[in-house]
Design a protein around this ligand. Sequence first.
Ligand code: HEM
Ligand code: HEM
Length: 215
Amino acid sequence: MNGEKRIVGWNELADHSNRTSLWVVIEGEVFDVTTYLAEHPGGDDILLKYGGMDGTQKFLEVNHSNYARSLRNARLVGTLTSDPQPSDYVKVVKSKKQKNNFNPNRQISWEELALHNKKEDLWMVIEGKVYDVTDFQDDHPGGPAILLGKAGDDATAAFHDANHSQSAYKQLEKLQVGVITGVKPNVSGSGSSTNLIFVILLILAIGAGIYVFTK
Ligand code: HEM
Ligand code: HEM
């Protein structure tokens, strides 16, 4: 870094307006709050609402503490361009948000699903649809642990077993990030190679036994 502040243009800002990558403008500076979403004491909804937008007024209204400001400053991306905001900017951001967040037809492979297998990044499949339950874990009436147990995996049977209500189905809608595509890889692959080794060892042991007894 040469000490000069990076300038962020409106187009670039608009591309960081959803939970995959979320920037907000506060007092002319751009902050990356993507990894702060789950921790924000004011909740994730409000940050998502201001994703790619100017949240200055609201930020000041809330009277954030100096502590909040120091957390914020550690997430500085750069300074917002001095170019005037394009007249259709809000419309552009809204359509990008919708495209990126709520494209229920985005095709997601089992390999991609499996990458989202931890508490900080937790996806699962229910009835062929892929859900991002990262921010939902602590709100789940059935507890977070049970969700983590299905991280990056197909949770359809477990979901049915718990006899979820219509209201649970309704909550699912908001969490969908795509649909699963392809055939689930056969995870028992490593198990079958373990079996093969076991069979070989057994044959060797029997062979050794016969050798000893026939000597
Ligand atoms: C990087 C940016 C941000 C950081 C680090 C941050 C941090 C915090 C912290 C630490 C609190 C707890 C109270 C305090 O210590 O002040 C808080 C509360 C809150 N924040 Fe933020 N915040 C950020 C951005 C925003 C933005 C952009 C908005 C709105 C547009 C917002 C809305 C709120 C609200 C509504 C509360 C709850 C206040 C209450 O319950 O009284 N925050 N934030
Ligand atoms: C990811 C989306 C999920 C949502 C939105 C969700 C939502 C809910 C809701 C709203 C309830 C309260 C009862 C009801 O209204 O049905 C509940 C309870 C429960 N959930 Fe889930 N759930 C999800 C996934 C799962 C999964 C994958 C499992 C199992 C692996 C699970 C296991 C349970 C259990 C055992 C309860 C019952 C808790 C009790 O009765 O004490 N949930 N869930």
